[in-house]
Design a protein around this ligand. Structure first.
Ligand SMILES: *Cc1c(COP(=O)(O)O)cnc(C)c1O
Length: 411
């Protein structure tokens, strides 16, 4: 992984590396792809193969012994370009790309934690991560300890000698609350505990947790990094040793959740415009957040780069921009959210986020709909039944605001 990306640094590329190295946008377009290795193709080829042939039995044995290319679950050239590029963008030594964000969380926890170990999580998490930590991990004897990490000092009492990992999102899905990566990492490291951050809501164009002390970064590539709503993917980024374990254990035989090389190709294509997209998502989301904040029907708005956000100062410290995610509630509460949602014309009513298209969802309605089939379905801690989550897309901000305004009339 690291060695691979180093091998890609050819002489002619090196001369462009000034003292500060290449900029983020340049690396998002070029890093890790040497076209001379691929018939001078302008874009990375999609390697649709499940296995690799060998010159001889000895070469086959050498590949098996040295972790060379043997089989498509563990190795794919298209995916390896994406891994090298994402690791570079996050400032990590190595990366692993898998089939979805949840596949990444499964590979992470089931590779690094064992029976009797303890995992500390922030009390609010992405809804399926909550199900995994409440119902999945305890079945394997892993104890999960939810803590309110908005006060990092709460970690001190929660860490025991069995604690192996602290895991949280920032911004937190779905409220866009902000947690202080540096403060949490400092307290965890003081007790010898590693920190993993789900940075899906920000993307590396806006926030790079490793620069603030995190050990591992998780992404749902389905969201901003791909950015076009046309594939699923997940990634883990961190040091070479940990990533080797995640690859050789988590992907190879625990989850087996390999990504399709075609998805890796699409995500590499999406990455090329990540920098531009995040600037526009952020600018439009701030504009939308400000418009909602002064609307008489709106009770509250949560957006990290609004001055009214409780985590505003921390957000300014660890994020270069506000990203495109915001949450809000209406004075008309749960019923108001439902009728507003039904009146929208441009913004798509859908789960997921980070697409070019604006997407909106109302978690409380989804939970109520699910309860007849899953009795234990419940709103995640810290999420009210009035909360509406909006992923501000790349349409003209005025059109997004106009759609919201007409839907809020008479509320
Ligand atoms: C969507 C999401 C995930 C899960 O990713 P998938 O690609 O849908 O499996 C994990 N964390 C956060 C914060 C998410 O928004």
């Amino acid at each position: 992984m690291t060695s691979k990306s180093e091998r890609h640094e050819t002489k002619s590329q090196e001369k462009w590396h000034g003292p500060g190295g290449l900029g983020f946008a340049t690396r998002a377009i070029h890093h890790g792809f040497d076209r001379r290795e691929f018939s001078d193709a302008g874009q990375p080829p999609v390697f649709l193969t499940s296995t690799y042939g060998f010159e001889s039995v000895e070469a086959n044995e050498a590949a098996a012994a040295l972790g060379g290319k043997l089989y498509g679950r563990e190795h794919n050239p298209t995916t390896e370009i994406l891994e090298a590029r994402l690791a570079n963008l996050e400032g990590a030594e190595a990366g692993l790309v898998v089939a979805s964000g949840m596949a990444a969380f499964g590979a992470l926890t089931l590779s690094l934690l064992s029976q009797g170990d303890e995992l500390i999580v922030h009390k609010t998490l992405y809804v399926n991560t909550v199900t995994m930590v409440e119902q999945g991990l305890p079945r394997f004897g892993i104890k999960v300890v939810p803590v309110d990490l908005s006060n990092p000092a709460n970690l001190d009492a929660a860490i025991t000698e069995r604690t192996r990992l602290v895991y949280f999102e920032t911004p937190v899905n779905p409220l866009s609350a902000i947690l202080d990566i540096a403060a949490i990492a400092e307290r965890a490291h003081a007790r010898g505990v590693k920190v993993a951050v789900d940075s899906t809501f920000a993307s590396p164009a806006v926030q790079r947790p490793i620069e603030h002390g995190a050990d591992i970064v998780l992404h749902s590539l389905t969201k901003y990094i791909n950015g076009h709503g046309d594939t699923l993917g997940g990634a883990l980024l961190g040091n070479a040793e940990t990533l080797h374990t995640l690859h050789e254990t988590g992907l190879r035989y625990i989850t087996g959740a390999a990504i399709s090389p075609l998805s890796s190709f699409l995500i590499l294509r999406g990455l090329k415009t990540l920098t531009l997209r995040m600037e526009r998502h952020s600018l439009s989301a701030l504009t939308v957040a400000r418009a909602l904040e002064v609307h008489p029907a709106v009770a509250w708005v949560s957006y990290p780069f609004l001055e009214s956000h409780p985590g505003h100062a921390i957000a300014r410290k660890q994020m270069s921009n506000g990203s495109g995610m915001l949450a809000f509630g209406l004075h008309a509460g749960y019923e108001g959210a439902r009728s507003m949602m039904n009146r929208l014309g441009l913004i798509t009513r859908a789960v997921s986020l980070g697409d070019a298209d604006s997407l909106i969802c109302h978690p409380a309605s989804l939970i109520r709909a699910r309860q007849p089939i899953r009795k234990d379905a419940h709103l995640v801690e810290g999420v009210g039944d009035d909360l509406i989550r909006l992923s501000v897309g790349l349409e003209d901000a005025e059109d997004i605001i106009a759609d919201l305004r007409q839907a809020l009339e008479e509320l």
